[in-house]
Design a protein around this ligand. Structure first.
Ligand SMILES: NC(=O)c1ccc[n+]([C@@H]2O[C@H](COP(=O)([O-])OP(=O)(O)OC[C@H]3O[C@@H](n4cnc5c(N)ncnc54)[C@H](OP(=O)(O)O)[C@@H]3O)[C@@H](O)[C@H]2O)c1
Length: 261
């Protein structure tokens, strides 16, 4: 997976892309795809050994040397995100994209039985953290001629049903955040998209569908081509909310009229 294999000009050449949940299913897959597309990737996560392994694999594959940024989003405060933005500015002098893949789902539970701590942590990691991180990085992103922020969403109908708890509530609110932020940045160089992958093999999926055979699900890498396309701005007419089709480069608009961009 050398960065320049078979492509005269990789779509993300020289771009700096920050990926949260970079040791998770989708996050790692997006990191690999972005690095293969020529990006400098900043890998944010809380499991340093797994991030280090990914770092070493990407480097060995001939990609640009990634950066690791250890961070537990559940305990991070606004100043921590300012420090992160300054660190990226100092290291690279630019930031071209953020992909919010980190998400917490402890399991399915009724609201009645949910430990209150899980409510607060779920909303913090899945909603407040991506808000704070994006806000802290907006000044850096605005300096680019073209920048992009992707928020990973989930099936709106399924996660509005019983037992999806703070994860479901936060993902719905995140849709609202995407809509508001995209409106506010309409005349800026920053493109904002909510991306909805289909079911994929990951730890998060297994916690919700514990009886499911994971081998029946696509690998997260099946969804990354469209993410790279969005980050690269190849198609400026891409809708604000897009469903990711496995192995597709053509994002489709989500069928939610209320939020259609
Ligand atoms: N899997 C699916 O079928 C599916 C479907 C639709 C949408 N999605 C969305 O796709 C995105 C990626 O999910 P995934 O399936 O790849 O899940 P995953 O493999 O469980 O990855 C989630 C990532 O978030 C990280 N994370 C959780 N809490 C964190 C915290 N407090 N601080 C820092 N990092 C934290 C995890 O790190 P640890 O390893 O340290 O826990 C992990 O790297 C999520 O936004 C999810 O909602 C997934």
């Amino acid at each position: 997976m050398a960065a320049n294999d078979g492509a005269a000009s990789p779509p993300l050449a020289n771009r700096v892309i920050l990926i949260t949940g970079a040791n998770g299913g989708l996050g790692e897959a997006v990191a690999r795809a972005s690095a293969a597309a020529g990006a400098n990737v900043v890998l944010l996560g809380r499991r340093v050994p797994r991030l280090t392994r990914l770092h070493d694999e990407l480097e060995a594959a001939g990609c640009r040397t990634p950066s690791i940024y250890p961070m537990d989003l559940s305990g991070a405060v606004p100043e921590d995100y300012d420090v992160l933005a300054r660190a990226i500015a100092n290291e690279y002098g630019r930031l071209d994209g953020i992909v919010h893949c980190a998400a917490e789902l402890k399991g399915l539970s009724s609201l009645q039985n949910l430990p209150l701590e899980d409510w607060f942590t779920g909303l913090h990691v899945n909603l407040t953290a991506p808000f704070l991180l994006t806000r802290a990085c907006l000044p850096l992103l605005r300096e680019r001629e073209d920048a992009c922020v992707l928020f990973a969403l989930d099936d709106a109908q399924r996660t509005a049903r019983a037992f999806w708890g703070p994860y479901g509530v936060a993902k719905h609110a995140l849709r609202g955040l995407v809509s508001i932020l995209a409106d506010e940045l309409e005349n800026s160089p920053i493109r904002v998209h909510g991306v909805e992958p289909g079911p994929m093999r990951s730890a998060l999926r297994a916690r919700a569908f514990f009886a499911e055979d994971p081998s029946t699900l696509p690998d997260p890498s099946a969804y990354t081509r469209a993410c790279v396309q969005l980050l690269a701005g190849t198609d400026r007419a891409s809708p604000r909310f897009v469903t990711l089709q496995p192995h597709s480069t053509a994002p489709r608009s989500l069928g939610l009229a209320t939020f259609a961009g």
